[in-house]
Design a protein around this ligand. Structure first.
Ligand code: PRX
Length: 667
C-alpha cells in the first residue's frame, strides 16, 4: 500500500465535525456588515476580488510591488517543478531592509516600531531608527561568528525585542532562523537544532512569566551539550538570574551592543530561505516547514494591510501571539514591520499581576487593532466582562482571531465586550505551511457571520472537496484544499522531500491538502471545522497525538498509549491519554502525575495531557489500528458510536467500567 493511500484512509476514518459546530452552522442567522464609517475609510473594498479573479498572477505581480526590490523579477510564478514553487523568479531583495531600513530612509526613523511591555512592568520604546541600529549590530555580531547566507540560527527567547532583532539580523545576512517556542523542552529544542544543523543559538538567561523569572538557558545548555553542530550561544541578559557558563557562550550586551550600527546589506534571491519553523504532523517527528523571502514577504505584507486595514503611523497594532509560532513570524515581525506598523509587544501572561493586564495595555498604548486567539477570548469571557469593562477600549477599531475555529458565542462576546459592538472581526484561517492568511473577511467589504472565516482572500483559491476530490455542494462537508499556488506557501519540509509530497500533495493530486474539514453554509461562507487528521489543536497550538503517545511510551511505567483531543470549553481541545501500564508499574495517581510530567520534559508543558486514564485494553480494529473515535466518545462522556469493527467489542465495556485513575489538570 502506497504512503498516500495510507494517509487517505487515516483521514476518512476520523470524525469530520462535532455535532455542536454543525448545529451552529445550520442555525446561525446573525450577520454583521461593516459600518458605513468603517467602509468609508477602509484600505480595500470588494473590487479587490474582481481584480484578482481577472488576472491572478497579475494581481500578485502588483502586490509584490509593495516591497523594495534591488532587482525586479522576470516571472511571477514558476510552477513547472510542482509542488515546489518559485515566486518572483530572478527578483532580489533584502527582507530586513524592507522591514526596517526602508522606513528610516523614507523619513520615518522616529516612528515607534515597538512598544515593549515587560511582564514586571518595565518598558522600552523602540523607533525604526533604533531598530535599524540594533538589527545592524546583531547582524555584524552574527557575521563575526561566521553566520552567513544559507546558515541556520536557532532562536529560543522569551517575548522580548531581541527576538525580533535576532530574526531580522538573520534575514539581513541571508541566514535562515529557526525560532523554537520558549515553552518547548530541552529535548524538543535539541531535536530541532539537530534537524536544522543550527550553528548558533540565541537565547536568554530567562524571561518573566506568571510573576517570576523562568529560566531558559539551562534547556539550551542541555540541548547544546548533545548537539555538536552548535558553535556559539549568544545570551541576552533579561532576568539577571544565575546561569552556567562555558567558552561557547557570549553575552549579547558584551558582544552585540559593542558592534557597529552600520551594516551594508546584501540582496538575495527571492527564493532565499528565510526561516524554518517546526510544526506537528501526524507522526512523532515534527516537520521543519521551509519558507523563503520574496513571496512570503509579499503575502505577509499584503494580508496585514488588507485584513487588518492597517494605517501606518496611525494605528497601534497588537498581535498577542508568541514569536515562536507562525503568527508571531508573519504578524509580529514580517507583515507589520514591512508595513511600518507601530506595535505592542508584551512579554507575559494575561493575568499577571491581574486579570485586566491586556486591557490595561490596550488603554495605555491606545491599541487600535487587536489580533488574538479564541482560547484567550473564551478565557476572558469566563473571567467576566466586568474586567475589560474597567478600561478604556474605545480606540480599538478592528479585532482579529486566529489559530482555531472561533465558536459563535465567543465571537459575539469579543464583538460586544472588547469591540464595543462597533468593530469588525476578522476570523483568519491559515497555517504554518501557508505562511500567511488565506481565508478571512475583508473588514471593509464583508458581511460577517459569527463563527465563519468567510471566504478566500483575493488572490487565493480555496475549495472544499469530498473523499474523491470532487467539489462538494453547498452545505455539504468535506476537506479544505488550496487549488492554486500562493506566494507565501511553504517550499518544502526541511530535509524531507518525500514527506512534503506525501503529506500535502498526494491526497488530492494537484491540490494542497490542508488537513482541515470545512463546509460552505447556505450563503457560500466557509466554516473551518477543525483537523481531520490526528493533529490536536490545544489553545490554538498544534500538537500531534503521535508525538504525545511516543513521549508517554518512553516513560518506563507505560506500555501502550493512545491520545485523543477531547472538546474543551476553553482550550478548544484538551489532551486526553489512555495508557496501559507495564506489569511492574503501580496503578496510582503518582504514576499518572509522573507520566504527565514526563511528557512536559519530552515535549514541553503545552503537550502535558489534561487527563491520563489508566486502562487494561485499548479499542483496536482487527488490523490492530486504535479506534480513537471511541476513545473520544469516552473522553467527551458521550455514548459510544459504532463498535462493530472492533476486534473485541467487549473492550469498551472494560474501559468504561475499569477506569482506574483519572488525574486531571486544571492549569
Ligand atoms: O486547524 C486549523 C487551525 O490551525 C491549524 C494551523 O495551525 P498552525 O500551523 O499552528 O497555525 C496556527 C496559526 C495560523 C489549521 O490547520 N486554524 C487556524 N486558524 C483557524 C483555524 N481553524 C479555524 N479557524 C481559524 N481561523
Amino acid at each position: 500500500m502506497g504512503a498516500g493511500v495510507q494517509a487517505k484512509s487515516q483521514v476518512t476514518t476520523v470524525r469530520l465535525v462535532t455535532e455542536e459546530t454543525l448545529e451552529n452552522l445550520l442555525t446561525e442567522t446573525r450577520h454583521f456588515p461593516p459600518s458605513a464609517e468603517f467602509v468609508a475609510q477602509a484600505n480595500v473594498g470588494l473590487e479587490l476580488y474582481d481584480e484578482a479573479i481577472a488576472d491572478r498572477l497579475g494581481f500578485w505581480d502588483r502586490q509584490a510591488g509593495r516591497l523594495k526590490w534591488d532587482k525586479s523579477w522576470t516571472e511571477v510564478l514558476d510552477w513547472s517543478d510542482a509542488p515546489f514553487a518559485k515566486w518572483f523568479v530572478g527578483g532580489r531583495l533584502n527582507v530586513a531592509v524592507n522591514c526596517v531600513d526602508r522606513h528610516v530612509d523614507e523619513g520615518f526613523g522616529d516612528q515607534v516600531a515597538i512598544y515593549f511591555e515587560g511582564e514586571p512592568g518595565d518598558t522600552r520604546e523602540i523607533t525604526y531608527a533604533m531598530l535599524k541600529d540594533e538589527v545592524c549590530r546583531a547582524a555584524n555580531a552574527l557575521a563575526e561568528l561566521g553566520v552567513g547566507k544559507g546558515d541556520r540560527v536557532a532562536i529560543y527567547l522569551p517575548m522580548i525585542p531581541e527576538a525580533v532583532i535576532s530574526m531580522l539580523a538573520c534575514a539581513r545576512l541571508g541566514a535562515a532562523h529557526s525560532v523554537v517556542f520558549g515553552g518547548f523542552s530541552a529535548e524538543a529544542l535539541r531535536s530541532r537544532i539537530e534537524d536544522a544543523q543550527a550553528k548558533v543559538v540565541i537565547t536568554s538567561d530567562g524571561g518573566y512569566r506568571r510573576g517570576s523569572a523562568t529560566a531558559l538557558k539551562p534547556a539550551v545548555d542541555e540541548a547544546v551539550s548533545k548537539s555538536p553542530c552548535v558553535e556559539r550561544v549568544l545570551v541576552v541578559r533579561r532576568t539577571g538570574q544565575e546561569v552556567a557558563w562555558t567558552d561557547r557562550d557570549l553575552w549579547w550586551h558584551e558582544f552585540v551592543d559593542t558592534q557597529s550600527p552600520d551594516h551594508t546589506p546584501e540582496f538575495f534571491d527571492s527564493e532565499q530561505q528565510l526561516f524554518i519553523l517546526y510544526t506537528s504532523g501526524t507522526t512523532g517527528q515534527p516537520k521543519g516547514i521551509v519558507h523563503t523571502s520574496g513571496g512570503y514577504l509579499t503575502q505577509a505584507a499584503y494580508t496585514h494591510d488588507v485584513v487588518f486595514d492597517h494605517k501606518p503611523g496611525k494605528d497601534v497594532y497588537w498581535c498577542t501571539a508568541d514569536v515562536g509560532w507562525v503568527t508571531g513570524h508573519s504578524y509580529i515581525v514580517y507583515g507589520p514591520l514591512a508595513n511600518r506598523a507601530t506595535q505592542v509587544m508584551y512579554e507575559g501572561t494575561p493575568d499577571t499581576p491581574h486579570k485586566g493586564r491586556w486591557w490595561e495595555i490596550c488603554e495605555k498604548y491606545g491599541v487600535t487593532i487587536l489580533y488574538t486567539a479564541p482560547t484567550a477570548i473564551r478565557t476572558f469571557a469566563k473571567w467576566g466582562h466586568e474586567i475589560p469593562g474597567q478600561f478604556d477600549l474605545s480606540k480599538i477599531r478592528l479585532l482579529g482571531s486566529v489559530g482555531e475555529p472561533i465558536n459563535p458565542a465567543a465571537w459575539m462576546w469579543y464583538r460586544r465586550v472588547i469591540g464595543g459592538d462597533r468593530c469588525p472581526i476578522v476570523d483568519t484561517w491559515w497555517q504554518t505551511e501557508t505562511g500567511a492568511i488565506m481565508i478571512s473577511p475583508l473588514p471593509g467589504a464583508t458581511t460577517c457571520t459569527p463563527g465563519s472565516a468567510m471566504s478566500a482572500l483575493p488572490g487565493i483559491v480555496a475549495n472544499i472537496v469530498d473523499d474523491n476530490g470532487n467539489y462538494v455542494h453547498e452545505t455539504e462537508g468535506g476537506y479544505l484544499v488550496l487549488s492554486e499556488p500562493w506566494p507565501a506557501m511553504l517550499r518544502g519540509i526541511w530535509g524531507d522531500e518525500e514527506r512534503f509530497r506525501e503529506t500535502y500533495w498526494s491526497q488530492f493530486p494537484g491540490k494542497y491538502f490542508a488537513g482541515d474539514g470545512a463546509k460552505f453554509d447556505v450563503n457560500g461562507a466557509i466554516w473551518v471545522l477543525g483537523r481531520v487528521d490526528d493533529v490536536m489543536n490545544v489553545s490554538g497550538h498544534r500538537i500531534s497525538t503521535a508525538e504525545v503517545e511516543s513521549a508517554l511510551v518512553s516513560h518506563d511505567a507505560v506500555a501502550e498509549a493512545a491520545v485523543v483531543g477531547a472538546t474543551d470549553e476553553t482550550t478548544g481541545q484538551a489532551i486526553v491519554a489512555f495508557v496501559i501500564l507495564r506489569e511492574h508499574a503501580e496503578v496510582s495517581d503518582d504514576t499518572v502525575e509522573d507520566a504527565r510530567k514526563h511528557v512536559a520534559t519530552e515535549i514541553g508543558a503545552i503537550a502535558k495531557p489534561k487527563r491520563i486514564l489508566i486502562v487494561k485494553e485499548l479499542p483496536k480494529t482487527r488490523s490492530g489500528k486504535i479506534m480513537r473515535r471511541l476513545l473520544r466518545d469516552v473522553a467527551e462522556n458521550r455514548s459510544l458510536g459504532d463498535v462493530t469493527t472492533l476486534a473485541d467489542p467487549a473492550v469498551m465495556g472494560l474501559i468504561q467500567t475499569g477506569l482506574a485513575s483519572g488525574a486531571t489538570d486544571e492549569d
